[in-house]
Structure formats: structure tokens, C-alpha cells
Design a protein around this ligand. Structure first.
Ligand code: ADP
Length: 628
């Protein structure tokens, strides 16, 4: 009989499994049991929809092993598979397309753990411990059964077979022991029992296995009666129905990793039982890291939705607002009808109540983490802060009150992350605004000439480095009654009354000089002014009006070539800087040179702002001309 080849990707995954150095080889059992449980869920669900009369009590998983033959079998009476399904499900893995192997095989070992964890390779994990795997399966309602068999990368065969009942039997022919690995260790009652307890305790169908008990023979010292009984190994109580006291962090973490295919423990879990307007149990997790596709269109948000312990939807998007889309987990409610359709769910009042309640719960947990475990929160923020920001912006500020206290920004003081609340409590006497600057990096922003004076006064500046930040600030308008002010805006007035007066006088005195510079920079700047923002630097660039320089940059980089808004640039000059006296001198004696100086100063202001200068060659020529 001709062997069929695995699809290329499957083959490579299989190779990895076979040569696995994965330390948790034992998870193969969990994976196969989980598949069996899914297959029974499918049958149960079908039965409910089509009135087939199958009850939960009819469904179970049978586990057994044969020490001599070195085999383990896992049997279910679930939905089973027909020939095409066998072909498609076990011949190809990860059809999602998101699964891409690195071409570089030398890194295979390092990547292996990630691959196993992230994609839940399920069935193939059998090859970590087995040299040969067989699956005998018969689809519910069909006559013909099939035997799928494979010894690894060489391919697989599918043959017609006999099987009385629907469902699947998987037989693992364990690998021979090696110096480093004892594959035979799974051929023991206590081992299998403990693996089921550890990884599959909450599976909602009984996992049964013949268990042998020894009793001393009456009256005969040293002799025993052995009886074998079929026992159910798992407690079958879903983890979320257990009380928090019963559960350890490790159990929560294991559950999360298995069910939500992550290889890392979650950052936190939230286990809540709520009664009242909405009655439900929820078990939620915030992952440690954003999934690889989190910020792409492919990422689907949603929670599993159970109705009295039965899964009715795998990704119920309506349970999570977009800004909490990173939350994984499940909700189980008795208030929902089992036969509810997707369309009906969207309008379900109960679901809306649950969503509102979950939203508050998640927010409170985040707040709690922020207050009690700052390090953890900052880790959360690094991964998902952007999502919170989008949420704030996306809702046209409707979520402002709700989300603003979750925000973190880097402050000029110590370059540490701070909340707005913390910023405000640290505000100095006389400081009436929250100052911020937008740009590429904290390091660059920290060198802006405008920061110097504020730092002298002991005012903090928030350094905003995400593209969306400035839009958020616009949306917030103020915080705790304190206005936000950009230090890159021309009208940010952080000078004292005296300084303001002085600035006005100097402007008056140098009106003609400023006018001349403005003329020579025509088309480049909207205005040239004396600055009261500067200490040791000669110039800085700010903007008038709504569109800031940073916004111009962000909008300019977006796709689409419709008219992009431009910032009205203002060149601010430090009248106390020696260069200013020089400008005054040139104004009186050499207008041509004044124009060259104006150009150079403008270009310098652009460079400091992190903007491109129009003609770098011309700029260099001008500077050189001054140097010789
Ligand atoms: P996953 O379970 O993540 O989809 P697997 O590789 O474990 O990936 O399984 C692939 C598919 O094979 C499953 O989605 C399911 O359709 C099918 N399958 C696996 N085991 C069984 C089983 N015991 N009964 C019926 N179908 C199964």
C-alpha cells in the first residue's frame, strides 16, 4: 500500500517532535485527551441540535496500557472522522497559515519550545514518545471505519478497517528506551493516573482506566488478592467551578497554558463569581506577552462562552471591549440559553450585562496591579499599553474617565514611567499645566532646548513616544482640572511674569530684525519670535495652532496622499544668546550674511526637533563658509 506524504510544514513539525528535547514530553497525554474531549463535545453538540438523544453520561474516555507490547491506548466515543477528515486533520497541521517555520534549521532546538507551546501541535506530540502511532476511527452515523497509521516523517497510510462503535482509538507504540530517556515510564498505573490528575482533571468526561488493587489474602500471610476495577481518574469539575482556595497558581497557570496555547505563564489570572443582575463565573487571564499576531488584523478577540458548563462559543467577541482584547479566558453563565445562535447572542441583554460587569472587573484588577505590583503593571503596559491607548482614542474620549488612570508615560524626572495622578501630585507650586513633548525617543526629547528651563524650575515633562500619544492628549484635554501643554507649541508660556515682560520689550526693540529674518525664511516658517523658553540654546522650533510638528510627522507617514495638514512653524530665538548680538550686528551691516545665518539657525532648529532639513548639502556649505 502506498504511503502518503505529510505536507511539508507538517513534516518539519513532525521531525521536531520526533527529535524533541522538550522537557515536558508527558504533555502528549494531555493533548490526546483534550482531542478526545473535543471530539465528544462535538458529538454532544450535534446531538443537541439534531435531537440524537446522546447524553453526557454516554460519553467517556478509556485509557489503557500494555506493558509487554509497550503500547498506550486512548479511546473515545466522540464524533470520529471519515477518510477525508483523517487526511485533512492528521496529514496537515496548522492550516491557519500563521504558522511559519524559520528556514534556519540550526535554531530548531531553541524554537522548539515556542512552537510546541504557541501552536498547540496537539496530535503530533504523540511522536515525542511513540515510534508509531495508529488511529482507528469511525465517524458518527457512518458505516466504514479507517485506520490511520504512521511511523513518522516517512508518511502515513489510511486503510479501511472494522470498528463497531463511533469514535477513535489511538494506539501509541512507545519508543525504545535510550540512555537518557525512559519511555517505558508511561507504562505504569500511577504514572498515567498522576498525569491525568495533573493536566486533565477538569476534563468534563470521565477518563477511565483499569486500576489494580491488592488486598492481603485472608489467613495467608504474604499473599495477595488482586482485583482490577475500572476507575474514573479525573474529578471532572471544571476549574472555574472550583473555589479559589482549592486552586494553586500552578493549576491556574497550567490550565491557561493548555487551553490558550501559550508557553508562558500568564501575567495574572482573574477568577470571579458574580451574582446579581448578571450571574456568571469568569476565569480570565492576561498573557505575559502579546501574541505574535496581536497587533494585526488576524488577531481575534473574545472569550469562551459556556452555558452551565457546556461550551457554546469559542471566541465570543461581544464579551470584551476592544481595549481589553488581550484578555483570554472564559465565562460560564446559567442565564444563557444553550441553543442561542450567534446572531441572537449579539442582542442578548444578559450578555451585555456580563460584558459591562467584566469590563469593570478587568479594570479594577489592572488598577489593583498598578497600585500593588508596579513592576508587573509596567510589564503589562509594555505589552498592552498601546491597546489601552487605542481604546481611549477609538471611543472618541468616551472611555476617558474609565481608562485615563491606567495610562503610563515616561517623565523627564528619572525617565521613569508615571501615571497622570502621580504627575499631578508631584506638580510644583505655581505649575498650572501638565507639560509634555512628543517625539521619537525619550533620549531625543530629553535634549530638546525647551526642556532646559522647565527642568530648572523643577517641572516635569511627559515624554510621549507613541504615534498615538498626542492624539490621546488632545482627547483628554485635561486631567484633574490641569490642562496639558505641549512644550513644542509656540504658546506654551512657562516663563514668569517678569520674563514675559522682558520678552515683549525685546520683541518690540528687535521688530525689524525679526521681520528681516522672517522674510528670508519665507515659505519655511510662519513666524520668527523672541523666545522665553530657552536657556543655553540659541533656537528652537515650535508651532502655532492645532497641528504640531510631531503630528505633521505622524500624519505624513500614514498611507494615502490626500492633502496632509502642515504645522505652522515658528522659529524661536534666544535673545540672551551671543548669537543674537551677532544677528543684530549683521542686520545693521551685512543683510546677505544675516540671511545665511537665518538659514543655518532654522536648519539647526529642524535637526534638534528630529526633522529633516531640506538641503543638507547647502547647509553644510553654509557652515563651512563660516568656518574658513
Ligand atoms: P487541534 O486539536 O489543535 O486542532 P490536533 O493536531 O491535535 O490539532 O488535531 C487535529 C484535528 O484532528 C483536530 O482538530 C480534530 O479535528 C481531529 N482529531 C484529533 N483527534 C481526534 C479525535 N480523537 N476524534 C476526532 N477528531 C480528532
Amino acid at each position: 500500500m502506498a504511503k502518503k506524504q505529510f505536507k511539508a510544514e507538517s513534516k518539519r513539525l513532525l521531525e521536531m517532535m520526533i527529535n524533541s528535547i522538550y522537557t515536558h514530553k508527558e504533555i502528549f497525554l494531555r493533548e490526546l485527551i483534550s482531542n478526545a474531549s473535543d471530539a465528544m463535545d462535538k458529538l454532544y453538540f450535534k446531538s443537541m441540535q439534531e435531537n440524537l438523544g446522546i447524553t453526557r453520561d454516554d460519553l467517556s474516555i478509556n485509557l489503557s496500557f500494555d506493558k509487554d507490547a509497550r503500547t498506550i491506548t486512548i479511546e473515545d466515543n466522540g464524533i470520529g472522522m471519515d477518510k477525508d477528515e483523517l487526511e485533512n486533520n492528521l496529514g496537515v497541521i496548522a492550516q491557519s497559515g500563521s504558522f511559519k517555520f524559520k528556514q534556519d534549521n540550526s535554531d530548531a532546538d531553541k524554537e522548539e519550545v515556542d512552537v510546541i507551546g504557541q501552536f498547540g501541535v496537539g496530535f503530533y506530540s504523540a511522536f515525542m514518545v511513540a515510534k508509531k502511532v495508529e488511529m482507528l476511527t469511525k465517524k458518527y452515523g457512518e458505516e466504514q471505519a479507517y485506520l490511520w497509521s504512521s511511523e513518522g516523517v516517512d508518511g502515513y497510510t489510511i486503510t479501511d478497517a472494522e470498528k463497531e462503535k463511533n469514535g477513535s482509538v489511538i494506539t501509541l507504540f512507545l519508543k525504545d528506551n535510550t540512555e537518557d530517556e525512559d519511555y517505558g515510564e508511561y507504562l505504569a498505573e500511577y504514572k498515567l493516573k498522576s498525569l491525568v490528575k495533573r493536566y486533565s482533571d477538569y476534563i468534563r468526561y470521565p477518563i477511565k482506566m483499569p486500576v489494580t488493587h491488592r488486598k492481603p489474602k485472608e489467613g495467608k500471610e504474604g499473599e495477595y488478592d488482586e482485583t482490577t476495577e475500572i476507575e474514573t481518574l479525573n474529578s471532572m469539575v471544571p476549574i472555574w467551578k472550583k473555589s479559589k482556595q482549592e486552586l494553586t497558581d500552578e493549576q491556574y497557570n497550567e490550565y491557561y497554558k493548555e487551553k490558550f496555547l501559550d508557553y508562558m505563564d500568564p501575567l495574572i489570572h482573574i477568577h470571579s463569581k458574580t451574582e446579581g443582575t448578571a450571574t456568571y463565573n469568569a476565569l480570565l487571564f492576561i498573557p505575559k506577552k502579546a501574541p505574535f499576531n496581536f497587533y494585526t488584523k488576524e488577531y481575534e478577540k473574545g472569550l469562551q462562552l459556556y452555558s452551565s458548563g457546556v461550551l457554546i462559543m469559542d471566541k465570543c467577541a461581544d464579551l470584551l471591549p476592544d481595549y481589553f482584547s488581550f484578555v483570554r479566558g472564559l465565562v460560564d453563565s446559567e442565564d444563557l440559553s444553550l441553543n442561542i445562535s450567534r446572531e441572537m447572542l449579539q442582542h442578548d441583554r444578559q450578555l451585555k450585562l456580563i460584558e459591562k460587569s467584566l469590563e469593570r472587573t478587568i479594570k479594577n484588577e489592572l488598577k489593583k496591579m498598578l497600585n500593588n505590583d508596579r513592576e508587573k503593571y509596567e510589564e503589562f503596559w509594555k505589552n498592552f499599553g498601546l491597546q489601552i491607548k487605542y481604546g481611549l482614542y477609538g471611543g472618541y474620549g468616551m472611555q476617558k474617565e474609565f481608562l485615563q488612570d491606567l495610562l503610563l508615560f515616561t517623565s523627564s524626572a528619572e525617565k521613569k514611567l508615571t501615571t497622570l495622578e502621580e504627575y499631578v501630585t508631584r506638580m510644583k507650586e505655581g505649575q498650572d499645566a501638565i507639560y509634555f513633548a512628543c517625539g521619537e525617543s525619550v533620549a531625543k526629547l530629553d535634549t530638546l532646548p525647551q526642556t532646559e528651563m522647565l527642568k530648572e524650575k523643577g517641572y516635569e515633562i511627559l515624554y510621549l513616544t507613541d504615534n498615538i500619544d498626542e492624539f490621546i492628549i488632545k482627547m483628554l484635554v485635561d486631567y484633574d482640572g490641569k490642562e496639558f501643554k505641549s512644550i513644542q507649541s509656540s504658546d506654551a508660556d512657562f516663563e514668569s511674569e517678569d520674563e514675559k515682560k522682558e520678552k515683549k520689550e525685546k520683541t518690540e526693540q528687535n521688530k525689524d530684525l525679526l521681520g528681516e529674518i522672517k522674510k528670508s525664511l519665507e515659505g519655511k516658517v510662519a513666524d520668527v519670535r523672541i523666545s522665553a523658553k530657552l536657556r543655553s540654546h540659541p533656537v528652537c522650533l515650535t508651532s502655532d495652532g492645532e497641528v504640531s510638528l510631531e503630528m505633521e510627522k505622524v500624519l505624513g507617514a500614514m498611507p494615502g496622499n490626500e492633502m496632509k495638514p502642515k504645522a505652522d512653524r515658528v522659529l524661536e530665538i534666544n535673545a540672551d544668546h551671543p548669537i543674537f548680538a551677532k544677528l543684530q550686528f549683521l542686520f545693521d551691516n551685512d543683510k546677505e550674511k544675516l540671511a545665511a545665518y537665518a538659514d543655518i539657525l532654522y536648519d539647526q532648529a529642524l535637526l534638534i526637533e528630529g526633522l529633516e532639513i531640506e538641503d543638507p548639502v547647502e547647509y553644510c556649505n553654509k557652515v563651512c563658509a563660516l568656518m574658513v
